[in-house]
Design a protein around this ligand. Structure first.
Ligand code: ME8
Length: 646
């Protein structure tokens, strides 16, 4: 019987388009799923979306959509991106699926009836306009951290889970299963920071918002989003709280969970405890991968440095993106991502090492043998090093992959490709070609190269499926089974295609980085503005309302770029006697030099606001066309600065 493995990703929040970091996890798990399938395991691979909670409810409201419509759209976008990068999931679960919802309700009820969940209350600070509870430490200057308004002390009824009851049992489980949490450093963090100091009971219901799964026996409450989300791993297989479990559940549970380092606590403390309470076997392994970071910092929308996988695929193709993210992330650490790094890696590994090896080999077979060679040439001593490496790589590669160390496994394959390139330099086929006596030797050299390439791409196939299939076809062959990779000389005849496709062309690093960065800035800047625009409905106002806005002519006396921001300029504006500082989002349209000495129109009675840490005391007015082109407004005749506009 085949060995079974159930692989899962975290389910992505259906709150916004996933960035390349979230997509990394789907690609990583997909690569492992493909590897285990090729290793003859019976694999089940599940991914999906986490669709409830206050944040999503708010996002839907801001987008003028009902929450279901909102999550339908975002889940569709997530699925589209997963499909685009070739994620070959067996099941895409959504926490709004009726089966999942019904099971979560049943699980909650069972845990309540058996006494693990109890009704209690917690005291906190309540902000009435925001309908939000805050703890003392969350308040900012004693006020609501969201809206800044005063809060009142209040008590809210809620359901709690008795975490502490299971803490010792969980510690014991960690001890008995030393591989449960990977990498090991993450386990120590859980034990020392959370389990040893003592577990608090966990609040597992909310009543301050509606978008969640209602507690079926008390519909004022919805189930805490993590209890809802974590159970996806069993409901997606057909777990049934009443004991009538589906076939897949019986076959595949327990899982190997692949998640990011930020949510390890939920997966290695709360989730195992929920499972213990339900009498379910615990997951086999929780692997917490590092994060892809941009410029040494977190990738975030507010920093405007987000890279999306669909854009990357458009520029470089699916397999290059898969290769980049997988090699960018060491096993036990964070990785770095930027457009420049992607181009560097594509050039150095995919174009120079891999692409070059394939195209040189094909070109030589065409040139010297009209595209066809057999395995009947003459071997020499020098061949053995390449052959030994080619036939011993799989063992190392496979051991790394089984430990989820994908970047290390890829390194083994590229060591083989580099060795093959070196073999070309050592054997100098172009010199052999000049000697009619050396035809047999020449054909053997080329044969050895093809065999090495075919062995290499067979291991690379889970990482870059399309490229590897395409490459095998160029040699008139197929990607090989894993159990054939310790054999050299399998192929009898080699027939190469006459005009091989260039797999990865070299990219002009500087030019392309600039071009892509600019294109992305424009794409997302324009989009954000459009969303803002759509939100504003045109409303008629009275003359009195308009009169509240004070507008004046200002003279720009100084101007500079705001550090760390691509969009903002800091202007010093003279308004008659008065000098003001204004921060304006026009840096993509004007240089500071273009503005100094210019007269423009300014709103002068806006409440001051801090932008990038600088207090802005007004707003510059600009006209904008539908393509996002911008022009500031100047008086038609010269007018003294400080003149009122009416
Ligand atoms: O956490 N690099 O969803 P999510 C690598 N819904 N991985 C990253 C990353 C980055 N820069 N940023 C995020 C959630 N991730 C919950 C999960 S599971 C029952 C519920 C990872 O959309 C993150 O660590 O915020 C997580 O594993 C996954 O992307 C989804 O994140």
């Amino acid at each position: 019987m085949k060995e079974k493995i159930y692989l899962t990703t975290a389910i992505a929040y259906a709150s916004s388009k996933p960035h390349i970091g979230n997509t990394y996890e789907a690609i990583l798990t997909d690569t492992l799923a493909r590897f285990f399938k090729a290793s003859d395991y019976d694999v089940y691979f599940q991914t999906g979306t986490d669709e409830h909670g206050q944040k999503i409810e708010e996002k839907a409201k801001n987008a003028n959509k009902n929450p279901q419509q909102f999550v339908d759209d975002v889940a569709g976008e997530i699925k589209r991106i997963w499909d685009l990068v070739g994620v070959s999931y067996d099941n895409f679960i959504r926490t709004t699926d009726p089966y999942h919802k019904a099971q979560v309700q049943k699980i909650f009820k069972i845990l309540y009836e058996q006494g693990d969940i109890y009704k209690g209350s917690y005291e906190g600070w309540y902000c009435t306009p925001c309908e939000s509870f805050w703890t003392e430490s969350q308040l900012v200057n004693g006020k609501c951290p969201d809206c800044g308004r005063p809060v009142t002390k209040a008590k809210e009824e809620a359901y709690f889970f008795k975490m502490s009851k299971y803490a010792d049992k969980l510690l014991k489980y960690y001890e008995d299963h030393p591989d449960f949490i990977q990498p090991i450093s993450r386990k120590n963090e859980m034990v020392n920071n959370f389990l040893k100091p003592g577990l608090q009971d966990l609040c597992v219901s909310r009543s301050s918002f509606k978008w969640g799964i209602p507690v079926d026996f008390d519909s004022r409450h919805v189930v805490y989003v993590w209890l809802d989300a974590l159970t996806n791993y069993i409901t997606g297989l057909g777990y049934d709280a009443n004991g009538n479990n589906g076939e897949k559940y019986n076959k595949y549970w327990p899982a190997y969970h692949i998640i990011g380092k930020d949510i390890i606590r939920f997966h290695t403390i709360y989730w195992p405890i929920f499972l213990m309470a339900l009498g379910i076997e615990l997951p086999k392994k929780v692997y917490g991968h590092g994060w892809l970071l941009q410029d040494g910092g977190k990738m975030s929308k507010s920093k405007g440095n987000v890279i999306y996988a669909d854009d990357a695929v458009e520029f470089f193709g699916k397999d290059a993106v898969r290769y980049f993210v997988l090699t960018a992330m060491p096993f036990d650490n964070d990785g770095l991502v930027s457009w420049k790094l992607m181009i560097e890696k594509i050039n150095s590994d995919l174009a120079n090492v891999f692409g070059n090896l394939v195209s040189r080999t094909i070109a030589m077979i065409n040139k010297y043998f009209g595209g066809t060679i057999n395995n009947d040439g003459e071997s020499e001593e020098i061949d053995s090093e390449l052959i030994n490496l080619a036939t011993s790589t799989f063992t190392k590669y496979s051991a790394y992959m089984k430990d989820f160390k994908v970047a290390d496994a890829i390194e083994e394959i590229f060591t083989l490709f580099r060795r093959a390139n070196k073999y070309i330099d050592e054997t100098m086929p172009w010199a052999l070609a000049k000697d009619i006596e050396k035809q047999g030797r020449l054909s053997k050299v080329l044969y050895n190269l093809v065999e090495s390439i075919l062995i290499g791409i067979s291991m690379l196939a889970p990482i870059m499926p399309e490229t590897c299939n395409k490459t095998a076809k160029m040699f008139g062959a197929e990607v090989r089974n894993f159990n054939e990779l310790n054999v050299f000389g399998k192929l009898e005849n080699i027939n190469v295609t006459s005009a091989p496709e260039i797999l990865f062309a070299r990219i002009d690093e500087e030019k392309e980085t600039l071009r892509i960065e600019k294109a992305m800035e424009e794409k997302y800047a324009v989009k954000e503005e459009k969303i803002e625009e759509e939100k504003q409905e045109v409303e008629q106002i009275s003359i009195d309302e308009f009169a509240k806005v004070q507008l004046k002519i200002g003279l720009v006396v100084a101007c500079e770029k705001v550090e760390k921001s691509k969009k903002l300029l800091k202007l010093t504006v003279k308004l008659g006697e008065e000098i003001r500082t204004v921060v304006s989002g026009i840096a993509l349209h004007y240089t500071p030099e273009e503005l100094i000495g210019k007269k423009l129109t300014m709103v002068t009675n806006l409440k001051p606001a801090k932008l990038c840490g600088i207090l802005s005391e007004g707003m510059i007015l600009c006209a904008e066309d539908e393509n996002g082109k911008i022009a500031f407004l100047s008086p038609e005749k010269d007018m003294p600065d400080g003149s009122l506009i009416r």
